[in-house]
Design a binder for this molecule. Sequence first.
Ligand SMILES: Nc1ccn([C@@H]2O[C@H](COP(=O)(O)OP(=O)(O)OP(=O)(O)O)[C@@H](O)[C@H]2O)c(=O)n1
Length: 404
Amino acid sequence: MKIDKLPAIFAPARPVLQKIEQAGFEAYFVGGCVRDTILGDPIHDIDIATSAYPSEIKAIFKRTVDTGIVHGTVMILDHGTGYETTTFRTESGYQDYRRPDSVTFVRSLAEDLKRRDFTINALALRENGEVIDLFDGLADLDRHLIRAVGDPNERFHEDALRMMRAVRFASKLDFVIDQPTLAGIRENAPLLSKIAVERIQVEFEKLLLGQRPVSGLKDFIDTGLYRYCPGLVDQEAALSQLLVLNNWQLENAQQAWAMLCFQLGLSNKQVAGFLKRWKTSNDLIRQVKRIIPLVAGLRDKSLDAMAMFAGGWDALHDANQVAKLYGWAEEDPVLEKRYQTLPIKSSNELTIDGRSLMADGGIKPGPQLGRILNDLTTAVVEGRLANNRDTLLTAARTLAEEKG
Ligand SMILES: Nc1ccn([C@@H]2O[C@H](COP(=O)(O)OP(=O)(O)OP(=O)(O)O)[C@@H](O)[C@H]2O)c(=O)n1
């Protein structure tokens, strides 16, 4: 097969291949960029495979960065764009830089392609648009099939993360996993426990955010992969409940993890522990902890002004997206209007603060000051007091007398 017109993103990359070829080596576009070109999906980055060793690439190009030299990867910098260029290799432990000795360089493209994970990822593309398809990857793209290249057991022993990649691609592309490949996952699932959690996390998140998460998740559960993921071993029932929800579509990582934590029934305290085991960022943990009470508020129809104020718009929007899965969401514009009509959206907007309560309201410093400030904030958010300086100072004095 020959692609007559490559997507525009390849235009500046073609001279890079030509230059490597002119130096006497082979070079091809490989991996996701070829798959996505044929599917007509957006392409994020262009990977190159070559017969040249990293030192040889570095001799050809002036500007390179050693991004993964032990794995044979050098980034070529060309007119502001980086191209990851990797020497043909056979290996186990893709991207696992703790195991650099698991790589063997080879000089043939066929050797390289046959150690790749799935047939749809084992296509190579020449600079002139010709596709090299040694394992029927084109037919599998056509029939929407995820199939290991050669023996699934061998592929999963080389890198157990590939089992997570299979379920991720099933969700992301809305493809089906071929039976022998699925059987291979079932058999080798325990190998996942050897894989760094950070790598599993990336794939699982992509699964949850894919086109058809329910299909990837079904395979994730049926093959037993979930047992080797942090905090999920006892959660088959809760995970399976997700499969009966209409095919859902989430927008971002915080929604995905909030949905998962909510579905698992985790308290806000447990959320932090669970997500730490998954090694997500602290920022994500903070966001999820804001979203979950809002989802519960939508479920219980108890979402009041103070809850919306405390959560903020971003968390509220995310919570509504999660609530959609369960049929608890409010119409987006209705929710937005409710939020927009809050008298204030942040405590910065209050016409008083701790300092003015002391200076102009005569309130003494101490815990009482904090309590009064909280009461005033709530009263303004709930529309019981106007956000007017004199009104609030008077109310503060009354509260101070009451609280004595
Ligand atoms: N565990 C892995 C990881 C990657 N690959 C090979 O390396 C290519 C590039 O991998 P990567 O960039 O991680 O993923 P993509 O397939 O490009 O997919 P995406 O960009 O959507 O993540 C894959 O297509 C596949 O040929 C592999 O065989 N085994």
